[in-house]
Design a protein around this ligand. Sequence first.
Ligand code: HEC
Length: 145
Amino acid sequence: MGRFLAGVAVLSVVLAGSIGHAQMKVANLDDYRKAMQAIGGAVGGANKALQGGMMADAKKALAAAKPNLMGVEAFFTARSKPELVAMAKTAIEKVDALDKALGGTDSAAAMAAFKEVGATCQACHAKARDQDPNTKAYSFKPGIL
Ligand code: HEC
């Protein structure tokens, strides 16, 4: 049983690896929220692993970020929002740089790359994201879309 489970785990990592290159479809606001939640989970998981000194685990956790950010970029391209397209592109570049750093052994460099990713998330959230003070739910700022 343990061996079977290990096999399943390896298979799912392989599948996740191949999915990692495909762009996620982000067609509507519901997709958009799911994409952001996936990005948040990926980046949060990567941070946790990185803080624990587990570079390879951080790289694995990060894998879902890029395809979802590519979907976000396409979402803004379809709505002719060049400034948000550019911000999504920058986020993708920084995620790529972090992914590369996580493939190495320099954890200080990886942490620096992680900070740069966080700055790109924050820049777009400051511009485009609203939070309901009562429910704490996130949405687009009025007039952004
Ligand atoms: C191009 C703009 C943009 C970029 C870049 C961006 N976000 Fe977002 N994000 C948004 C907007 C707009 C919302 C609010 C819409 C929503 O939550 O449905 C949001 C919402 C979120 C949410 C809340 C989702 C929810 O509704 O529960 C999380 C988590 C999140 N983003 C994480 C990230 C992380 C992590 C990054 C960086 C890797 C990032 N985002 C980069 C625009 C962006």
